[in-house]
Write a protein that binds this ligand. Structure first.
Ligand code: NDP
Length: 308
């Protein structure tokens, strides 16, 4: 079996991990000029250039080294009938639950206010709200969204989850469609976006939708940056309609050094670290998926027409 690995930033780590996970396979790191006559059966990749698929025409399946497949789906050269698999959980759901919990507690327990007070040398205590007044609305109830919903629900916060198809999760109100989104926005003190970037989700959070949130609400984005219209976010923060935000992902990464959000004291910015891929666990899933394919059992592939 021939396997190609591509990761522009982290190629050595991934290539040696794939070799260890597939000891009987011929594993190579993809270098365009060296692989013209070396066509692989499988590819384990992250954000390859378009020429990858123009050259590698014998692939049986492609494994994405992360969850987000937007950059792959947007490549014009990805063959329509080539199955693409994204990672499903593999521990990232726990990382993301920790990230969202941190952001939620930061605002719920007024750490944003206390941080400002410390720089103003001000000793002032704030009452603690009822958790029942801090409904958490989660956009995207996939593998990660569901885990986050369970984690914050276990802390005692009411949770509403929005997805394309409704879910049944104990203690979580599940909604879908435009009406479901309206309902979620109206009631969410904390809005958490864990949506993929697709034609249907891009700029979903804009002036019109963000203004539907209750006053003083906060946004946590761990999904994809282009789901948010950043200018609209800045406006609702400036107008005082929204209290703050914690953002891990941006339409263009790294976020421009001159972007005004860097200096906004009500915004926490992290450099896309909410839920990094645990490579060993990821490869356990990929090894199992390849074994399934070889035996004629297809694992769940992404739906390219939906974009995730
Ligand atoms: P999944 O594909 O399992 O879940 C995606 C969820 O979004 C599903 O619930 C899906 O609905 C919902 N969804 C998609 N399109 C729409 C739509 N148009 N309207 C309503 N709901 C929609 O992904 P994961 O949960 O594993 O991951 C979520 C996202 O998190 C990833 O796409 C990735 O971009 C991001 N991510 C970020 C990381 C970071 O470090 N910041 C790390 C890992 C992931 P349905 O259930 O009905 O299909």
């Amino acid at each position: 079996m021939k396997i190609l690995v591509y990761n522009r930033k982290n190629s050595e780590v991934w290539t040696s991990a794939v070799r260890k996970a597939f000891p009987d396979a011929d594993v190579r790191h993809w270098v365009e000029e060296e692989c013209h006559d070396w066509l692989a059966d499988y590819a384990v990749i992250w954000q390859p250039p378009a020429s990858f698929f123009l050259q590698q025409t014998q692939l049986k399946a492609v494994f994405n080294q992360g969850v987000g497949v937007d950059s792959l789906v947007n490549l014009g050269s990805l063959p329509v009938d080539l199955p693409v698999f994204k990672l499903r959980g593999v521990g990232m759901e726990e990382y993301m639950s920790d990230y969202v919990t941190y952001g939620l507690l930061h605002f719920y327990r007024d750490f944003d206010l206390y941080r400002q007070q410390q720089s103003d040398v001000l000793w002032q205590q704030h009452n603690i709200d009822q958790k029942s007044d801090w409904t958490v609305g989660i956009l995207g109830m996939g593998v990660i969204g569901k885990a986050v919903a369970k984690a914050v629900s276990a802390l005692g916060f009411p949770v509403i989850g929005w997805s394309r198809t409704e879910k049944q999760i104990e203690g979580v109100e599940s909604v879908s469609g435009d009406e479901g989104l309206e309902h979620l926005l109206k009631h969410s003190r904390v809005l958490v976006s864990l949506l993929p970037s697709t034609p249907a989700t891009r700029k979903l959070l804009n002036q019109k939708t963000l203004e539907k949130l209750p006053r003083d609400s906060v946004l946590i984005n761990g999904g994809r940056g282009d789901v948010i219209d950043m200018e609209a976010l800045q406006q609702v923060l400036e107008s005082g309609h929204m209290r703050g935000a914690m953002l891990d992902v941006f339409e263009v990464e790294p976020l421009d050094k001159n972007h005004p959000l860097w200096k906004n004291s009500r915004v926490i910015i992290t450099p896309h670290i909410a839920a990094p891929t645990p490579i060993e666990q990821a490869l356990e899933q990929i090894v199992a998926d390849v074994a399934g394919i070889e035996q004629g059992e297809m694992p769940p592939a992404i739906d390219k027409s939906l974009g995730y």
